[in-house]
Design a protein around this ligand. Structure first.
Ligand code: SF4
Length: 205
């Protein structure tokens, strides 16, 4: 039944939503909402639209819910952090062969973009993040995060990846005491992966 009154949730402070996210995470309520995720997947035919198995579609939706909760829980600490880094997956580079002019630094197991192509997603991510004083690493895999953390002081890490990989990265970041923020890939795979530039822009707080 619809409410018999009007409301505008934008009048509520951000802390209100953060409190809800904290409570949900603390009590792991979202895990108990598996039925809700299943219903949503069925309702929006997520599996059919994406051309994947029902169980895989449910996993993606559950991971996306987890990710949004984590982003909210960490938001304040992330915003106030001094040294922030952005991890970009190397598979979103325009070229993954000799045509990519990025430098590879074995110290961090990371590429560093040299901006050879205006229409490269890694180039856009690098430009956006560096303009906001982030250090940017273009990585072959999330496992490289540990290596970076060992060699660099930073108190907040944001990363673009598929929800499954972000989940692993959040675990590493939290165990190192860092604030964390995830930006999900909108298209995964081994090459030509994509993310939403506006989502990244909003995430780089
Ligand atoms: S713009 Fe950067 S990351 Fe993209 S292909 Fe060129 S050097 Fe590589």
């Amino acid at each position: 039944m619809a409410y018999s009154f009007n409301y505008d949730l934008t009048k509520l402070p951000r802390g209100f939503f953060k409190d809800i996210a904290l409570l949900v995470e603390k009590r792991q309520l979202h895990k108990k909402l598996g039925a809700f995720s299943k219903q949503s997947v069925r309702k929006f035919r997520v599996d059919q639209l994406l051309g994947i198995q029902l169980e895989d579609a449910i996993s993606i939706v559950e991971d996306l819910v987890d990710l949004q909760i984590k982003n909210l829980v960490h938001e304040e600490r992330f915003r106030n952090a001094q040294e922030k880094i952005l991890l970009v997956p190397h598979c979103c580079r325009k070229y993954m062969d000799w045509r990519c002019k990025a430098d590879f630094d074995t110290k961090f197991a990371s590429y560093f973009c040299n901006h050879c192509s205006e229409d490269c997603m890694a180039h856009h991510a690098t430009m956006l993040a560096e303009a906001r004083d982030y250090k940017v690493f273009i990585l072959p895999g999330g496992s490289c995060l540990k290596k970076i953390c060992e060699q660099l002081h930073c108190d907040a890490v944001s990363g673009i990846a598929c929800p499954e990989e972000i989940k692993l990265g959040i675990g590493v970041a939290e165990s190192s005491g860092m604030a964390v923020r995830g930006i999900p890939l909108t298209k995964n795979g081994c090459a030509n992966t994509q993310f939403n530039i506006d989502t990244l822009r909003e995430a780089l707080i």
